[in-house]
Design a protein around this ligand. Structure first.
Ligand code: SAH
Length: 218
C-alpha cells in the first residue's frame, strides 16, 4: 500500500513538472511496480527519482529518464519496439503496457549478470512471457526480429550504429544516447524519413553507461 501511494505521488509529480504528457505513459508508470525492478537493498528508494545500481555495473535509470525515453518514442498500440541495453527490463514492461496486446516488445542486454537480474525482475513482475528479452550484443540490433517501428538505445554510443539505422522502418523512430563514456552524452531523436535520411533533434544531456560490443566503445 505504501508503495502504491509513493508511486502515485511520483507519477503525479513527473506529470506536473512536464516529464509525463501522455495518458498512456502515465497509466503504464502507474501500473508497473518499480519496487520489483530495484535491488532489495534499495527497496525503500524504489520511488525516489534517482538512478540505482543493478548487478553487472549497470543502473536502472531514474523515473524521469524513463518518462523522457518513453515520450521520445511516440509509441502507439500495436507497434514493434526494441530496447538495446534493457538492463532491469522495466522499460520493456512500460512499453508493453503502451503498445498493448497486439504490440511486440524486444530487449537485448550484453552483460550476463545484468540480463539474469532483469530476467528475474520481469518474471516477478509477470512480464517475462509478454516480452522477448535476449542476451547478446545489441550494438548490432536484433536482426532476426527486424524491422522495428521504434528502437531505443539505452547506452552511450560513439555514433548511431548502422545495423540499428537499418533495422528501423521508414517512418519509424530511434532514440539513442550518443556520446563518450567520459565526455558529453546527449539523448538524440532520429526519425527515419527515407531509406537513407534521418531527421534529428537533440533532447538534451544525459548520463548513461557506455555502449559495448561491435559498434560500441572498445
Ligand atoms: N533501461 C535500463 C538501462 C540499463 S543501463 C534500465 O533502466 O534498467 C544500460 C545497459 O546497457 C547496461 O545494462 C549495459 O550492460 C547495457 N549494454 C551496454 N552495451 C550493450 C550492448 N552492446 N548490447 C546490449 N546491451 C548493452
Amino acid at each position: 500500500m505504501e508503495f502504491e501511494l509513493q508511486k502515485k505521488e511520483l507519477v503525479e509529480r513527473l506529470e506536473r513538472v512536464g516529464y509525463i504528457k501522455d495518458t498512456a505513459i502515465k497509466s503504464a508508470m502507474l501500473k508497473v511496480k518499480r519496487e520489483l525492478f530495484v535491488p532489495k537493498e534499495y527497496f525503500t528508494e524504489a520511488y525516489t527519482d534517482t538512478p540505482l545500481p543493478i548487478p553487472g555495473n549497470a543502473t536502472i535509470s531514474a523515473p524521469h529518464m524513463h518518462a523522457i525515453s518513453l515520450s521520445s518514442l511516440k509509441l502507439n498500440p500495436g507497434e514493434k519496439v526494441l530496447e538495446v541495453g534493457a538492463g532491469s527490463g522495466i522499460l520493456l514492461a512500460y512499453i508493453k503496457e503502451i503498445v498493448g496486446e497486439k504490440g511486440k516488445v524486444f530487449g537485448i542486454e550484453i552483460e550476463k549478470a545484468t540480463y539474469e537480474y532483469g530476467k528475474n525482475c520481469l518474471q516477478k513482475a509477470s512480464y517475462w512471457k509478454k516480452v522477448k528479452y535476449v542476451l547478446g550484443d545489441g550494438s548490432q540490433g536484433l536482426k532476426q526480429y527486424a524491422p522495428f517501428d521504434k528502437i531505443l538505445v539505452s547506452a552511450g554510443c560513439p555514433k548511431l550504429p548502422k545495423p540499428i539505422k537499418d533495422q528501423v522502418k521508414v517512418g519509424g523512430i530511434i532514440a539513442a544516447v550518443i556520446g563518450s563514456p567520459q565526455g558529453r552524452q546527449d539523448f538524440i531523436y532520429f526519425e527515419k524519413i527515407s531509406e537513407s535520411k534521418f531527421k534529428t533533434k537533440n533532447l538534451g544531456g544525459v548520463i548513461f553507461v557506455p555502449l559495448r560490443g561491435k559498434f560500441g566503445w572498445k
